[in-house]
Ligand binder design. Structure first.
Ligand SMILES: O=C(O)CCC(=O)C(=O)O
Length: 242
């Protein structure tokens, strides 16, 4: 898995690049089935506590985290050569899995997910780290694909304001709403943790499913505590996938 010269330039200039159809349908099917078990459990737990927890809202949008931590097969997916090679190429020889979560956007929703930088949620050093937004099914403008503001990673970490549905660093009413990034199933939207992104409303009939895998240089430190981020999972060492 190597980026072409043009893909490198795009990532440097725009803060994101699309790698189409990296994963085959059988790999996707397997990973999606594993993830769905956890997501269903998360939905059920949400229903029992009134429908909301953090930024997850039952029947609207769910963020199901710590998947690779609980499922060896999902950890193996995060260590696949395609993913490890991207981490090594963009971050260096020693790469950790910092965070992983499935984001399911339910049909006929009404809300966008607000503009933010991933670093806005939990600032860490070194920054930026890398977000791989993996489309488990086709992501379209109608079902709530990701949108990005090209070049926004060059602004550094900007202020984020809490809203009832997540942190926001740029208004959804601003005329500059960036560009949509629709992708076929199995594709990766690669972006930096400083790249501003949002996701659109899902006005389709089906659920939009993504698996978000965030990679960082080994030895990430929290800027809030000054302590090493705990429980990181190694993905590559000395340039080699584990
Ligand atoms: O997948 C989405 O709808 C948005 C997820 C997102 O932006 C994030 O988790 O940072």
């Amino acid at each position: 898995m190597e980026l072409t010269e043009m893909q490198w330039q795009t990532l440097e200039r725009d803060g994101f690049v699309v790698l189409e159809r990296v994963f085959t349908p059988d790999v996707l099917e397997h990973v999606t089935a594993r993830i769905e078990t956890f997501q269903k459990r998360h939905e059920e737990a949400l229903a029992q506590i009134g429908g909301t927890e953090g930024i997850s809202r039952a029947n609207e949008i769910t963020f199901t985290a710590y998947l690779a931590e609980h499922d060896p097969e999902l950890l193996a997916f995060c260590r696949r050569p395609e993913i490890a090679a991207l981490g090594v190429a963009l971050l260096g020889p020693d790469v950790d899995l910092y965070w992983n979560q499935a984001v399911f956007k339910m049909p006929e929703g009404e809300k966008q997910f607000p503009w933010h930088q991933d670093d806005g949620y939990t600032p860490v050093t070194p920054s930026p780290y890398l977000t791989l937004w993996i489309a488990l099914n086709e992501a379209t403008v109608s079902n709530g694909c990701v949108w990005v503001r090209p070049g926004s990673h060059k602004k550094g970490l900007v202020e984020h304001t809490p809203t009832p549905i997540g942190l926001a660093c740029h208004s959804l009413d601003d005329p500059d709403q960036g560009i949509p990034v629709p992708v076929p199933a199995g594709s990766i939207v690669v972006f930096w943790s400083l790249t501003m992104h949002k996701s659109g409303v899902n006005v389709s009939q089906g659920c939009r499913k993504a698996y978000i895998v965030q990679l960082a240089q080994a030895g990430l430190v929290s800027l809030r505590t000054g302590e090493p981020v705990p429980n990181l999972l190694p993905i590559a060492r000395g340039g080699k996938s584990l």
